[in-house]
Design a protein around this ligand. Structure first.
Ligand SMILES: Cc1ncc(COP(=O)(O)O)c(C=O)c1O
Length: 355
């Protein structure tokens, strides 16, 4: 495996790739339905939830859209402090909802008091929050935000994007009272792209029943009816589900807490390296991502040239995202990445900087 330090799609272990190579089954067969059901139930542990988990043949954005279509008739508040939070806001706008953007500087966390103020005043059905902003390497204080919303507007649903954190950083859906948590397969789960997983609370499902125009493909009420019969309305991405079934086994073998600790240790190592090399971290202390570090490009590194150098050593990092391109660069430390990979990368980066 040649390590890719980009925040998705990440490297997939050979044995996980192989798990996809199983023969197809009829998707309405008992054999497949058992795998589908067991896999979704095992995935609950990733979310720290006893609530249902839907597995969709889409990337994470599909479930961002599902969240808006199913839980919002009219008004939604979108907390925005990065590119993917901004995308969720856009998804709400493009779906014709009355979406209000509560914006923050991109190098600042979403502030729970400001969210509380907004939901108190706004009569919102739901609030959207990105847990781990992959563009900025900033982890938002979701628990504190959820606490603030529960107090200020208890009926407002809390929808969380954990696309680049679930299975890499702890997020406790039930204990924190979250209504939907969604993720994609190609990040911390270290699977190929193409699957999204979303856990949904009981009260959110009740709300969905009253929302009109939920669409068809991402209608969670329809999906729930099928889920209760261990199936799905449309053909599932079977090979990816075989891979997910296999990968969950590997993840639980490592242990979630060990997995989080590994991610956190790698993040610390990268942060210390950046600071020791005269480059600061984009996200403020206390809110730094465990899964991807965004570094301010204060040494004016030519990122394409750095990546060409790294590719000669079978590695690559990511440029800054969107408006942060070239002003920052990103080193992902998620999924299968080990500390020894990080050490190798940082050694190569030092060699480049010394040139
Ligand atoms: C935080 C976050 N949310 C949403 C997305 C979109 O996910 P996908 O590309 O799986 O649709 C990404 C993709 O990088 C992301 O990092």
């Amino acid at each position: 495996m040649s390590p890719m330090f980009v925040p998705g799609p990440v490297d997939v272990a050979d044995e996980v790739l192989q798990a996809q190579a199983r023969a197809m089954l009829p998707h309405r067969s008992k054999e497949f339905e058992t795998i589908y059901k067991d896999t979704a139930e095992r995935a609950q542990q990733l979310f720290y939830t006893k609530q249902r988990v839907f597995i969709t043949a889409s990337s994470g954005t599909g479930l961002q859209e599902a969240a808006i279509r199913n839980f919002v008739s009219k008004k939604v508040l979108c907390c925005v402090n990065g590119a993917f939070a901004d995308r969720w806001f856009e998804v709400a706008v493009y779906n014709g909802k009355e979406a209000d953007e509560l914006s923050f500087e991109w190098d600042e966390p979403v502030n729970p008091d400001r969210v509380a103020e907004a939901v108190k005043a706004g009569n919102y059905e739901a609030v959207t929050i990105v847990h781990n902003e992959t563009s900025t390497g900033l982890q938002n204080p979701v628990k504190e935000i959820a606490d603030a919303v529960h107090t200020a507007a208890p009926d407002t649903l809390i929808l969380v994007d954990a696309v680049s954190s679930l299975a890499g950083a702890k997020l406790e859906m039930d204990a924190w009272g979250l209504d939907m948590v969604l993720t994609s397969s190609q990040k911390c789960l270290a699977l190929p792209p193409g699957l999204a997983l979303g856990a949904v609370s009981e009260r959110a499902m009740k709300k969905a029943e009253k929302v009109e125009n939920r669409g068809w493909y991402f209608d969670l009420v329809r999906m729930e009816k099928h889920r209760l019969k261990d199936s799905s309305p449309a053909t599932p991405a079977m090979s990816l589900i075989f891979a997910l079934e296999y990968q969950l086994e590997r993840i639980f073998q490592e242990g979630l807490e060990n997995r989080f600790a590994r991610h956190s240790a790698m993040a610390k190592r990268v942060q210390e390296w950046a600071e020791a090399n005269d480059q600061s971290i984009y996200a403020p202390e206390g809110y730094r991502s465990q899964t991807v570090t965004t570094i301010r490009n204060e040494r004016g590194i030519d990122i394409s040239s750095l990546n060409n150098f790294l590719k000669e050593h079978d590695m690559r990092i990511a440029n800054g995202y969107g408006q942060l391109k070239n002003k920052t660069f990103r080193i992902a430390h998620m999924g299968e990445t080990q500390m020894s990979d990080i050490d190798e990368l940082l050694k190569a980066m030092e060699a480049y900087l010394k040139q």
